[in-house]
Design a protein around this ligand. Structure first.
Ligand code: AMP
Length: 278
C-alpha cells in the first residue's frame, strides 16, 4: 500500500494507473469493521482501491468533538493493508485548505433537517471536502455507509447537482454483536455508557417493526419514551423520515420508503443510528 500526504504525489501515482477502475472510500480514520466493509466492497468491484483519512475540521461545529476525535494513523494503515487497499491519502489540513473555504452549497430540504438542523454548516463542510477528494482521486465509484444515511443522501445530491461522473455506492451499517452501530466515537464511551448504548438500536429496531399498528407519530413517541427510561441518554432527536429527501413522514401512505433516525448523547459523545421501516 502506498501512503501519500500530498495532492501532487497522489495525482501523479493515480495518473500512472489510468485505465484501471478505481474505487474510493473517504474516511476520518480511527477505522473499524464498518469502514473496512466499504474497503472490501471497493476491493471486489475495482482494480484499484484508494482510501482517504482526513479529519475534516470544517464539518465539525463542536470544537471539543474535533479535538477529541480519535487519531491513530499507524493502526489504520495496518488495517487498510490487511484488506488490500492500494493507496492511502492522508493529507494535513494545510494541504486540503491552503486558504479558508468560502463555498456554500445548497442541498435543499435534505440539509435542513436532523443532522443538518442539529449541526449548522456540517453538510456544507462535508460537501466541500468530498468534492475536493473526488477531484483529487477521480474515482469511478465511491463508497459510503448507510450509518450516515443523511450524509449519503447529501452526497448523492452533490453528485447530481454538479453532474459529477462518480457512482455513489451505499453500504449497509455494520454493527457490534450487541447491535450498537460501529462508530469511531464509540471508543470515547465510558464502560457504563458503552453498556447501555445498544439500547438505541434495540428501541429503533423494536418499534420499526410495528408500522401496521403504529402511526409515525406514535412510533416516534414510543421510541422517545423507551429511551427516556435510560438515565444516561439525552435525546437530541428521534425522527421518522422518507428515504429520499429525509422529510418527516406523518402518514405512511405519503412515503415510498421511510426510516427512523436517532441522535442521542451519552455524556458528551453524540451517537447517531437509523433503521429502515419499509
Ligand atoms: P467516518 O470515518 O465516520 O467519516 O466514516 C467514513 C465512512 O464510513 C462513511 O461513509 C460512513 O458512513 C462509513 N461508516 C462509518 N461507520 C459505519 C458503519 N458502522 N457501517 C457502515 N459504514 C460506516
Amino acid at each position: 500500500m502506498l501512503i501519500f500526504k500530498t495532492i501532487n504525489e497522489t495525482r501523479e501515482f493515480l495518473c500512472s494507473q489510468k485505465g484501471k477502475s478505481l474505487g474510493f472510500v473517504p474516511t476520518m480514520g480511527a477505522l473499524h469493521q464498518g469502514h473496512l466493509d466499504l474497503v472490501r466492497k471497493a476491493r471486489q468491484e475495482n482494480e484499484l482501491v484508494a482510501v482517504s483519512i482526513f479529519v475534516n475540521p470544517i464539518q465539525f461545529n463542536n470544537p471539543e468533538d474535533l479535538e477529541k476525535y480519535p487519531r491513530m494513523p499507524e493502526l489504520d494503515a495496518n488495517m487498510l493493508r490487511s484488506v488490500g487497499c492500494d493507496v492511502l491519502f492522508m493529507p494535513d489540513v494545510s494541504e486540503m485548505y491552503p486558504q479558508p473555504e468560502s463555498t456554500v452549497y445548497d442541498f435543499g430540504p435534505i440539509e435542513k433537517v436532523m443532522e443538518g438542523a442539529a449541526r449548522p454548516g456540517h453538510f456544507n463542510g462535508v460537501g466541500i471536502v468530498v468534492r475536493k477528494l473526488f477531484e483529487i482521486i477521480e474515482p469511478q465509484k465511491a463508497y459510503f455507509g448507510e450509518k450516515d444515511f443523511q450524509q449519503l443522501a447529501v452526497i448523492r445530491e452533490l453528485v447530481r447537482k454538479l453532474s459529477l461522473s462518480v457512482q455513489i455506492v451505499g453500504c449497509a451499517t455494520v454493527r457490534e454483536p450487541d447491535g450498537l452501530a460501529m462508530s469511531s466515537r464509540n471508543m470515547r464511551l465510558t464502560d457504563n455508557e458503552r453498556a447501555v448504548a445498544p439500547k438505541i438500536y434495540q428501541a429503533l429496531q423494536t418499534y420499526a417493526r410495528h408500522k401496521e399498528t403504529l402511526t409515525p407519530s406514535s412510533m416516534k413517541n414510543s421510541i422517545v419514551k423507551e429511551l427516556h427510561n435510560e438515565p444516561l441518554f439525552r435525546i437530541d432527536y428521534i425522527e421518522i423520515a422518507d428515504d429520499t429527501y429525509l422529510q418527516p413522514v406523518s402518514r405512511w401512505a405519503d412515503a415510498s420508503g421511510a426510516l427512523v433516525f436517532a441522535a442521542v448523547f451519552l455524556g458528551n459523545v453524540r451517537l447517531i443510528d437509523n433503521v429502515r421501516i419499509f
